[in-house]
Design a protein around this ligand. Structure first.
Ligand SMILES: [Zn+2]
Length: 304
């Protein structure tokens, strides 16, 4: 906080938030209901009961859409997401794609032998036919730190091909700036637009020059570990200000990577709530930044 006193701008923003109803509709582009890294059994009713009040809390704060980024083979559960969407009134999105990060531990065997074209066809089929009654609305992939290995490159190429077939945007869990730039190159070499690529976890790269380069190449740069406490708040605010200063806010996304129920841990393990982006971070933004980051950019990046 630069000063104890509120600036006029902050005051009018807070006053509007306090007195005007309802809050502006917003989108959280990267969150999780459940992630099953342990591949443990779980009771969907228990998860539902645990997560529903967390979603109710952000519905009250204006969350209209919640993009669930849990990939296939790590706990993607469209049936559970549908139930939560119906119960909370929040539009919840699921995804197609594969997660090659964590050294390929969560990749199915067929990835070794299939071509990028074959993998893309699987994902396009999921988009066209739906998964347990829910149509995936974006492609979620994950890669390891750069320089990228062959399997990582294959996944990215598949995502680029799937984008060309479906128009879906790619959100890629990315280890560092080198990996981000390599992926943007693969996407554009496949003749898919850079604007269909989202560099997920860009906050993990401390060198702002990568953020600038990726956004100038036309890709989206997503700072997505906002939390309730100071180090994360300060760093994400600095990232937003850097992008704003460089006139790249129109290529910037923010979110929290929050949640999530962890099967195999007592009571689903520790849960990072979804509301700090509204209660702690949004008040630090100017009204223009708020509008761009939480109201406009998610639609520009992922569609309506
Ligand atoms: Zn995530």
């Amino acid at each position: 906080m630069p000063s104890v006193e509120l600036t006029r701008r902050q005051f009018s923003f807070l006053a509007a938030a306090a007195f005007a109803a309802p809050p502006p509709p917003t989108v959280l582009v990267h969150e999780h209901v459940l992630v099953n890294f342990k591949r443990a059994d779980y009771d969907a009713n228990v998860v539902f009961t645990k997560v529903k009040p967390k979603l109710d809390a952000i519905a009250k704060l204006g969350c209209k859409r919640f993009q669930d980024c849990t990939p296939n083979f790590i706990g993607r559960d469209p049936k559970l997401l549908r139930r939560l969407a119906d119960a909370t009134g929040i539009e919840i999105w699921t995804n197609t794609g594969l997660y090659a990060a964590r050294n390929h531990e969560y990749l199915p065997d067929y990835v070794q032998t299939e071509t990028p074209e074959q993998l893309a066809a699987r994902w396009t089929a999921e988009y066209r036919n739906g998964v347990h009654g829910m149509k995936p609305r974006f492609i979620k992939i994950g890669v390891n730190r750069g320089p990228l290995g062959a399997l990582d490159k294959k996944i990215v190429k598949a995502a680029a091909l799937c984008t060309k077939d479906t128009g879906l945007t790619i959100a890629s869990h990315t280890g560092n700036g080198i990996a981000a730039m390599e992926q943007i190159a693969i996407v554009t070499e496949a003749k898919a637009p850079a604007a269909k690529f989202v560099w997920v976890h860009a906050d993990g790269e401390k060198d702002h020059s990568f953020h600038k380069k990726a956004a100038e190449a036309g890709a989206w740069v997503e700072f997505d570990h906002i939390g309730p406490a100071k180090p994360a708040l300060d760093w994400h605010l600095e990232c937003v200000r850097f992008m704003d200063t460089n006139k790249l806010l129109h290529r910037t996304l923010i979110s929290q990577d929050a949640g999530y129920y962890k099967p195999g841990e007592p009571d689903g393990g520790s849960f990072k709530d979804y509301d700090p982006i509204y209660t702690k971070f949004a008040p630090l933004l100017s009204p223009a930044q708020h509008k761009t980051l939480l109201q406009e950019n998610p639609y520009a990046a992922f569609g309506k």
